[in-house]
Design a protein around this ligand. Structure first.
Ligand code: GTP
Length: 386
């Protein structure tokens, strides 16, 4: 198919769209899954039909939903059928289990939106379609059909830190300065069109993951720009790192120019409109581009106001005021381009995360009831994962 598309493009002398624009980050996939049918038992000998194979998900750090989608789109994923019992083999062989490797942070939803469970750790498994039991004396030796339904795999990145900021604030530049990531950087908004996850490496080999969540702009709650599409990925981060341009932000001449303080307040408002509980997360604010002329003076002038947003909120236009003000643990001035204060920021983030870990359960994802129920099921009749 890919070959055919390329040939068509060549024939028509049309250039393929650039690769980065084609590659779309996929964080939700709908699949049809079906457990295998149980084999028939042999009544004469009291034989047991083999149990149908199940379909199960297994967490893998390097897996992605794009692979699953290209492999299984418009297909039913079927567990193998259990073998019938025979004279020579009274207990039929169970059907083959089908494994779907999914990235960590995937929640599996059933048909009516019920949560079947989530996968947050490497090699964690979850059955998404049970195989039918084999024929035995309780079911007249007739094997049963397996579970047959649609599921949705919904990915929420698991990262220690979520990076939020308006376009052009310097998120990608910061990611590049603070880690080994090589994101695309350009002087126009929406250069980043998908979340990027990177690892901050410390000299003692400690690693902290950070996710850049692009597309947030004023009015995102009205689905402007990329809307709140990627904000769900913030839910699973432990700490929020806000980044704002000291010069403020203006999306286009049609929109009002927002000052640095206003952009921070607007970010606060967008997060609140998405989920007010996000404001309870520990948050650090980095003011970027301190290398531009006069930025130091501006930063010193507004630093106090940024630390205590509550004090100045009434002086700002009413339409941008949030109901609740976020409380920044620290406000730090940086230059992602020149690399100034990046090391201080790295240490600060580490300190804040350690404090957070001391106060809270380090496991950010509490196992839900359904997850525990599913785990039990896996142990009872699940796949033999070796
Ligand atoms: N002077 C200066 N420019 C910077 C700094 N950091 C980033 N820039 C510039 O700001 C522009 C936008 O930077 P990006 O890192 O792409 O910003 P972003 O927030 O990832 O933007 P989107 O991809 O649109 O979300 C680029 O031209 C950068 O070179 C800085 O510290 N100082």
């Amino acid at each position: 198919m890919v070959f055919l598309t390329r040939t068509c493009y060549k024939l028509k002398e049309i250039k393929l769209p650039r690769k980065y624009l084609r590659s779309k980050f996929i964080d939700s996939v709908r699949l049809h899954v079906k457990g295998g049918t149980g084999g028939t038992g042999l009544p004469k000998y009291g034989g047991l039909g083999g149990q149908g194979g199940c379909v199960y998900c297994q967490g893998k750090e390097d897996a992605n939903l794009r692979t699953i989608m290209s492999q299984y789109r418009a297909r039913t994923i079927c567990g193998g059928h259990g073998e019938d019992s025979r004279k020579a083999q009274i207990v039929g062989k169970p059907g083959e289990d089908i494994k779907l490797e999914v990235p960590l942070g995937v929640t599996v939803y059933g048909e009516n939106g019920t949560v079947l469970g989530s996968i947050d750790k490497e090699d964690e498994t979850l059955i998404v379609a049970r195989g039918g039991p084999g024929g035995n004396k309780n079911n007249n030796f007739l094997g049963h059909f397996g579970q047959n339904h649609h599921i949705r795999l919904d990915l929420k990145l698991i990262a220690d830190i979520g990076l939020v900021g308006f376009p052009n604030a310097g998120k990608s530049s910061l990611l590049k300065a603070i880690s080994r990531a090589k994101p695309r950087i350009a002087n126009y908004p929406f250069t980043t069109i998908k979340p990027n996850k990177a690892i901050i490496q410390y000299s003692d080999l400690r690693q902290i993951s950070i996710a850049d969540l692009p597309g947030l702009i004023e009015g995102a709650h009205e689905n402007i720009g990329l809307g709140h599409k990627f904000l769900k990925h913030v839910e699973r981060t432990k700490l929020l790192l806000f980044i704002a341009d000291i010069q403020g932000f203006q999306l286009s001449p049609k929109y009002p120019k927002r000052s640095c303080i206003e952009t921070v307040v607007l970010l606060n408002k967008e997060l609140e409109l998405y989920d007010p509980e996000l404001l309870d997360k520990p948050a650090v604010l980095a003011i970027n581009k301190l290398d531009v002329d006069g930025a130091d003076e501006t930063f010193n002038r507004i630093k106090d106001s940024l630390t205590h947003l509550g004090g100045i909120i009434n002086t700002l236009p009413e339409e941008i005021r949030p109901e609740r003000i976020i409380n920044f643990e620290d406000v730090i001035g940086i230059s992602a381009l020149k690399g100034s204060n990046i090391e201080d920021l790295k240490q600060l983030l580490r300190r804040r995360l350690d404090e957070y870990a001391e106060e809270n359960d380090p496991d950010i994802v509490k196992p839900s009831e359904s997850l525990l129920r599913n785990k039990k099921l896996t142990q009872e009749r699940g796949p033999q994962v070796t």
